[in-house]
Ligand binder design. Structure first.
Ligand code: TLP
Length: 344
């Protein structure tokens, strides 16, 4: 049985070109800053994002954590969306390890946080309050169905932050999906953020790794934070080599994942009991609801699993399917047939 794995774009396996580059990678000790392949990847990432410097880390979670630890001290407050990955899916690491107080504000369905909500949440200088230090955004927004934040929104938040002396961190795990969907240079989405984390190991199909990008001064701090969480690694060039291939070869093709997601969403929206807002499907993520008395989302997921279509339930009546490098347009048609049979 051919499995159509729509659980995440994190399931992508390295391409033959990545394997080849990994086998040939020149390496050194990265804690000494001596791994030439890591250094090349970091320089490339910084250049792409329009930042001074970059740091290679093990995961998106580690990237976000070292950024939050670098922006905030204990008892400082960060403004964050209530649907943010950083707030929901990172074990509260910034609070557990950094003593950072989260101030969750409602994410709108388009992944934004309202400017007036941000402004109203900024603390006055008063000894009763924690100090607001940071605004965290996410682009694309995972739990908002891969929604894309625009350069205009980023700029508006950036201006607000500067007016109040706050920093902005962008969880750009899928920032290249956002850039491809909008048809803009990724720099335009990064310029108003003081730090950006992006992932190589999602739609870009590298096996491991994320990059933190920012000013030279910020990256020096992030490098210290990475060390204390055990993220100082040695001959990491072996995996950085795959990341270089990911940046060189795998960005433009994200448009295929987006087209497949759109087709999947259109097909799903026509099925009985499925509720889906097509306007919300902008990138590789399709979130939909199952509105049926006779079947729970878990049951639907289980029945699809048995037929080789894998996806995730994400709470309530919601399910998530994510297209990726290993899912073809034919797979999408086949998946829709199986959905129709299971829901019949
Ligand atoms: N997201 C994963 C799961 O953790 C939910 C997925 O399958 O989508 N930021 C965003 C926006 C993410 O979606 C993820 C991973 C991360 C950060 C964390 O990246 P990793 O998994 O590399 O720690």
């Amino acid at each position: 049985m051919r499995v159509i794995d729509l659980r995440s774009d994190t399931i992508t396996r390295p391409t033959p070109a990545m394997r080849e580059a990994m086998a040939r990678a020149e390496v050194g000790d990265d804690v000494f800053g001596e791994d030439p392949t890591v250094n090349r990847l970091q320089a490339m990432a910084a250049e792409r994002l329009g930042k001074e410097a970059a740091l290679f880390v093990a995961s998106g979670t580690m990237g976000n954590l070292v950024c939050l630890l670098s922006h905030c001290g204990r008892g400082d407050e960060m403004i964050v969306g209530d649907q943010a990955h950083t707030y929901i899916y990172e074990q509260g690491g910034s609070a557990a390890l950094g003593g950072i107080h989260p101030r969750p504000l409602p994410n709108q369905p388009d992944g934004t946080i309202r400017l007036q909500d941000i402004e109203a949440a900024i603390r006055a200088d008063n000894e009763h309050f924690p100090r607001t230090r940071l605004i965290c955004l996410e682009n694309t927004h995972n739990r908002c169905g891969g929604a894309v934040l625009t350069p205009e929104y980023m700029q508006a938040v950036g201006e607000l932050a500067r007016r109040h002396g706050l920093a902005v961190h962008l969880d750009g795990a899928r920032i290249f999906n956002a850039a491809v969907a909008l048809g803009v240079d990724v720099k335009e989405l990064a310029t108003d953020a003081d730090s950006v984390t992006f992932c190589l190991s999602k739609g870009l199909a590298a096996p491991v790794g994320s990059l933190v990008c920012g000013s030279r001064e910020f990256i020096a701090k992030a490098r210290r934070a990475r060390k204390v969480v055990g993220g100082g690694w040695r001959q990491a060039g072996v995996i950085a080599a795959a990341g270089i291939v990911a940046l060189e070869q795998m960005v433009e093709r994200l448009a295929e994942d987006h087209a497949n997601a759109r087709r999947l969403a259109e097909g799903l929206a026509a099925l009985p009991g499925i509720v889906l807002d097509l306007a919300r499907v902008q990138t590789d993520i399709v979130i939909f609801e199952l509105q049926r008395e006779d079947m729970t989302p878990e049951e639907l997921a289980r029945r699809l699993w048995e037929r080789g279509v894998w996806l995730l339930t994400i709470g309530g009546r919601r399910l998530r399917a994510v297209t990726n490098y290993h899912v073809t347009a034919e797979d999408v048609e086949r998946a829709l047939e199986i959905f129709a049979e299971v829901l019949a």
